[in-house]
Design a protein around this ligand. Sequence first.
Ligand code: NAP
Length: 245
Amino acid sequence: MTSKVAVVTGGSRGIGRACAVALAEAGWTVAVGYRTSEHDAKETLDALEAAGTPGIAVTLDVCDEASVAEAFRRVSEEAGPVTGLVNNAGMSRDGLLLRYPVEVLDATLATNLRGAFLCCRAALRGMLRERWGRIVNMSSAVALHGNAGQTVYAATKAGLVGLTRSLAREVGAKGITVNALCPGLLDTQMTSHLTEEARAYYVDQTPLQRPAHLEEVAAVVRFLMSEEASYVNGAVIPVDGGLTA
Ligand SMILES: NC(=O)c1ccc[n+]([C@@H]2O[C@H](COP(=O)([O-])OP(=O)(O)OC[C@H]3O[C@@H](n4cnc5c(N)ncnc54)[C@H](OP(=O)(O)O)[C@@H]3O)[C@@H](O)[C@H]2O)c1
């Protein structure tokens, strides 16, 4: 059996933490990538232990090439070859295009798209050696339907879809699958700035009439990372309660 060691970027809270826990339940040793909060990362580690497979915490800023390289080196050294990657780290700043600050555009591209590229590259080296791997990229339903005020975020998430489909074609023959998830609304720090009206609007647009629970997204990630998902490759999967149906 191949080693089951996965890196989850932005794993210290929100969707990333839920994915880490779901993977630990499935026997993965998870490296919880965190950028700012060691305290939150430790809380995730406690949850991993409770889920049955202890993990490790590793500082990982996806915008910083050296940080990515060092994190993957450390994880391989401490836990074994990395065969799983969840590119979950992301940022979102809403704003109309005409007034959007170019610095925020650059930061969003660097985090959501360039960061995923760097982590895929770092993870692939070990996966190719193992001739097995699973990559899941956290895109968004916004990549599929667009949203006024979210041109930049949507463009980065649509970019992830293109990266996913193309990389899936590059590495599929090596036993590595690459898939993308497009969640709809979840109540996390990222969406905590939404006004009641905006939140109600998204809920109203969603046939299931509610946001997703974190576990509902994490369960799909766990499946895509499993041996059972061996023929799912290059898929772009909405987990949005029917928002984009
Ligand atoms: N919530 C939603 O409704 C929703 C819907 C669809 C897709 N998503 C996507 O799901 C993913 C997780 O979001 P969330 O809702 O759980 O939001 P969140 O709680 O704000 O989590 C975002 C995570 O990304 C990390 N991060 C940001 N910049 C980073 C960097 N440069 N390097 C490493 N980590 C970085 C954050 O850590 P730091 O604070 O330490 O930087 C945090 O752990 C994101 O990719 C988001 O776009 C969310």
